[in-house]
Design a binder for this molecule. Structure first.
Ligand code: IVH
Length: 692
């Protein structure tokens, strides 16, 4: 590579790595695997070694990623929080061992620990009492997340009596157990579905793995919310000005006695062969752990030897991490099936020959949409790579081309709905295919009723997916309006299938008087639900909670919405042409109009409440607001006021922002950006005056 080429590549890599660091540390939503990231970083390191004068002054090879979010108080670390050099190969590990031996002149003992896949935390104790907890940040300054850390049950607020120094810092990894992640992410998915987001948006917003969920949680401003998402923490390193022990192994044992949760999986190894054995053992055993690990950390045991070896700009020379590659397997793609969602959206699913991956048998993987199948260039009978990097659903990452038969045909995407055989449609510019038969396609009909009863819609929690499907099969309901015509006589004693998760099997259940009363009461109570939620419950494509609120506030009642033209709807602030088209299409369907009339006749709210409209105004119409800092009310309350008065909430500062509402402890970066862009900065009082 000549100098010019190197300059261009270094620029490219620097920008790319900075972007990936931002996705990982700030957004908690990485878009590439660790393996790919490390590969990019290594390439940049190599080029900078060859052409040192071309290295960017702020190069990511010389600093740790950075998770500062500007909303927490920032604290300087007394002892910098460095990261570790890492490797994926045994040869490089042998090189590390040789460098260590050269540095200290003898074969050292190593402590092998698991590399927990979470986020680093540094906790300060004074006289045995937890004083402060700070994230790694950029390695020298981090976020003060003490209130959030105190919600973690395994982190002691007060230590057991012991010989700990008066002041010390202990470092560890905050993480989320797999089971907690699965449960919370499923609930989060349901919440997003109920909010009316489409499948693609949901896929983007869901946390991809326990690490991202833990990171997103620790950065939340409200520690009460953090407490609802149980995190855990293993501690693995103590810093103090007064010596605690002669070596790391003894120090870990002491930390355990003082009351810290230190993982049981650490061992003293007498040489690099024993280190290798530890690594191999845990590569197999990691699937049985209740949490994710992404490798093994190897540390020189003796503190004296650690001191002798010292540090590079970024890493200690006495430790390294060996990272495991993402777990993947090769299996046969048996066929592709297609699922139909409530809006008619089609999701292709890869049905695979069962294969063992990371401790579970994988039989299915999502293929998202037709573009993904095209990208993978899938052919019939292909052998495919499936990967599981902590995600709930494994993904197909590639094709084992060498195993493809020359006669294999390319996969043709379905042209008809798998349930009702209606030809599928795909609108221009959209990735998803739809079944347009919304009035006759079973999963769409049932899905719409399920959406209608959802918690954020009509909130009829005495009904569930199985009862709805049961009523539908028995011909008792065909749409959501039919729910309001159900009688006790119809329901008493009817049987439907129910799934017992514990026994993993289906069985029959028949409805008894108590359940029937409960169901009918839930349906009756739902008549008190506000108009904006009824509007959301109707399941109009692209009309989620926020859009439903805007429509309800603008038009006031269902008849006005049904009569509105596309242009009238699209003229409402933040409602685009596509949403307007879907609203007009919904009310252009005579069946939907009849459904709304029936709901009205049953007594559901089809107009905004009088007192609800009194508190609302258009005073902030056309204005956007960014809220930053601490206020006399909660930020959510403030945002709701902006919303109720026709303003728009935005999360970041840009040229087009109208006002920044500044509270106490506002991040200095935000303030600077707003001043630079000449944005009007107002106080909470100024804002309240604005809305009178
Ligand atoms: S020791 C100077 N031990 O991995 C010592 N780190 O790539 C630094 N990590 O920043 C850390 N498990 O967030 C250490 N048993 C373990 C670890 C561990 C996970 C994380 C930690 C660190 C990163 C380094």
């Amino acid at each position: 590579m000549n100098e010019l080429e190197a300059k261009i590549r270094i620029e490219e890599l620097t920008t790319l790595i900075n972007k990936h660091n931002y996705n990982y540390y700030i957004l908690s939503q990485p878009s590439i695997s660790d393996f790919e990231f490390d590969h990019l970083l290594k390439e940049l390191e190599q080029l900078e070694k060859q052409f040192p004068h071309l290295a960017h002054p702020d190069t990511p090879t010389q600093k740790v990623g950075g998770d500062i979010t500007k909303t927490f108080v920032q604290v300087k670390h007394k002892y910098p929080m460095l990261s570790l050099g890492n490797t994926y190969s045994e040869e490089e590990l042998i090189d590390f061992n040789e460098r260590v031996i050269k540095g200290i002149g003898i074969i050292p003992q190593y402590v092998c620990e698991l590399k927990f896949d979470g986020l680093a935390i540094s906790i300060t104790y004074e006289n045995g009492k937890l004083i402060r907890a700070v994230t790694r940040g950029d390695g020298s300054v981090g976020d003060d997340v003490t209130a959030n850390i105190k919600t973690i049950k395994t982190i002691p607020h007060q230590l057991n009596p012991g010989d700990y120094p008066q002041t010390f810092e202990i470092r560890g990894e905050v993480f989320m157990h797999r089971k907690t992640f699965d449960k919370l992410n499923k609930a989060f998915k349901k919440e997003l579905e109920e909010k009316g987001l489409d499948e693609e948006e949901i896929r983007e917003r869901l946390y991809k793995n326990p690490r991202n969920f833990a990171s997103g949680t620790l950065k939340m401003q409200d520690s009460k919310e953090v407490a609802k998402r149980p995190l855990d923490c293993f501690l693995y390193f103590v810093y103090s000005d007064t010596p605690i022990a002669e070596n790391h192994f003894d120090c870990l044992r002491k930390a355990k006695e003082w009351g810290f949760q230190v993982s049981d999986h650490f061992e003293l190894c007498r040489d690099i062969d024993e280190v290798m054995q530890f690594i191999r053992r845990y590569e197999a055993a990691r699937a049985d752990l209740s949490y994710e690990i992404d490798g093994v950390v190897i540390k020189v045991n003796s503190y004296e030897q650690q001191q002798e070896l010292g540090f590079t700009a970024k890493n200690p020379r006495w430790a390294i991490s060996y990272k495991y590659k993402a777990q993947s397997a090769v299996t046969l793609l048996e066929k592709i099936t297609y699922q139909v969602g409530r809006t008619g959206a089609i999701t292709p699913v890869a049905n695979l020959s069962p294969v063992l991956l990371a401790g579970t048998t994988v039989k299915r993987a999502s293929l998202y949409n037709a573009d993904e199948i095209e990208r993978l260039d899938l052919h019939e009978g292909d052998w495919v790579f499936v990967e599981k990097g902590g995600e709930i659903i494994p993904k197909v990452t590639g094709v084992y081309i060498e195993k493809r038969l020359p006669t294999a045909n390319k996969i043709c995407y379905a042209t008809q709905c798998p349930v009702c055989q209606t030809p599928l449609v795909r609108k221009e510019g959209e990735a998803v295919h739809y079944c347009p038969n919304e009035d006759g396609c079973r999963p769409q009909l049932i899905g719409k009723i399920e959406h209608f009863i959802g918690r954020r819609a009509m909130n009829i929690d005495s009904l569930g997916g199985e009862t709805i499907a049961g009523f539908f099969e028995k011909g008792l309901i065909n749409n959501y309006a039919d729910l309001y015509a159900l009688t006790a006589n119809q329901l008493l004693g009817i049987e439907f299938d129910t799934f017992n998760e514990r026994k993993d099997q289906w069985s029959k259940r028949s409805l008894q008087q108590k359940s029937v009363d409960n169901i009918l009461k839930g349906i009756e109570d739902s008549k008190q639900v506000s108009f904006e939620r009824v509007l959301f419950a109707l399941g109009i494509r692209m009309v989620g909670e926020t859009v439903a609120k805007k429509l309800a506030r603008h038009f006031g009642n269902i008849d006005a919405i049904a009569k509105a033209t596309k242009d009238e709807i699209a003229s409402i602030y933040e409602i685009g042409d596509k949403i307007a088209e879907n609203v007009v299409a919904f009310f252009g369907n005579a069946g939907n109009v009849e459904l709304c009339q029936r709901l009205k006749a049953f007594g559901l709210k089809m107009q905004v409440d009088h007192d609800q409209s009194l508190n609302r105004s258009d005073k902030l119409k056309g204005k956007s607001f960014c809220v930053s800092g601490v206020f006399s009310m909660s930020r959510d309350q403030l945002k709701a006021l902006i919303d109720a008065n026709g303003g728009r909430n935005v999360g970041s500062i840009s040229k087009s922002l109208t006002y920044l509402i500044a509270g106490d402890k506002m991040g200095p970066e935000k303030l600077k950006k707003a001043t630079d862009l000449n944005i009007a900065i107002i106080s909470e009082d100024d804002f309240l005056k604005m809305i009178g």
